[in-house]
Write a protein that binds this ligand. Structure first.
Ligand code: CA
Length: 226
């Protein structure tokens, strides 16, 4: 299954792009290379690759804008590549929706390992709805974890629903608050924290051996079941 995965490498430094291609192909992946940022979105729409390795600084259009545009229509796994480790904090804070970040200079082996891990995670989350651990009934505000109903309030239901839509992604308090505005209430960020705390407790009571919901200091919250 992995062998057929198609990776788009967006990198304007030819040497680096070739290095990545060689390592990925040696590991059995199919690759396409693009050097111009302006060509990426249309290419992805047309070819639907399995994963994108996306350099931050590109001619034509920067990686940040590309990532945002891709996220407006696709959940495909995106790994951002940046030249500076400090950039990663900034990128995380911008909520651009990338799944992982790699800092240059990188070891191509590590890149391949991250690609493999992310594809595995994407496959788990893309499984048929009936095989997913969490099921949602929006009419009844009922969430089931491994088939067992969770005793959630409406706010907790909405929080869990929002987190489950982006498994493995960190959602900021602001993003979570936006998901609660559907309830037409004004919710402060501290309130979000206490609702998340309650939600987390209920999830832990339901599956004590698994830490599904984690808090990422200074950034937000993340739901992960892979
Ligand atoms: Ca570049």
């Amino acid at each position: 299954m992995t062998a057929a995965a198609h990776i788009l490498v967006v990198e304007d430094e030819p040497k680096l792009a070739t290095l990545l291609r060689d390592y990925l192909e040696r590991d059995g992946y199919r690759t396409t290379m693009l050097h111009d940022g302006a060509a990426v979105v249309a290419w992805v729409r047309q070819h639907a690759p399995d994963l994108v390795l996306l350099d931050l600084l590109l001619p034509g259009k920067d990686g940040l804008s590309i990532c945002r545009e891709l996220r407006s229509f696709s959940e495909l796994p995106i790994i951002m590549v940046t030249a500076r480790v400090e950039e990663i904090d900034r990128l995380l804070g911008l909520e651009i929706g990338a799944d992982d970040y790699i800092c240059k200079p990188f070891s191509p082996r590590e890149v391949v390992a991250r690609v493999r891990a992310l594809l595995r995670r994407a496959r788990v989350n893309a499984g048929p709805a009936t095989e997913r651990p969490l099921q949602f009934d929006d009419d009844r505000f009922e969430a089931r974890l491994h088939g067992k109903p969770l005793p959630l309030t409406r706010v907790e239901y909405r929080l869990l629903r929002a987190l489950a839509e982006h498994p493995g992604h960190v959602l900021s308090r602001n993003q979570l608050m936006n998901s609660l505005y559907l309830d037409h209430r004004v919710v402060s960020d501290r309130t979000v924290d206490s609702h998340v705390k309650n939600l987390r407790r209920k999830l832990t009571e339901a599956v004590p051996d698994q830490d599904l919901l984690s808090s990422i200091y200074g950034l937000g919250y993340k739901l992960d079941w892979s």
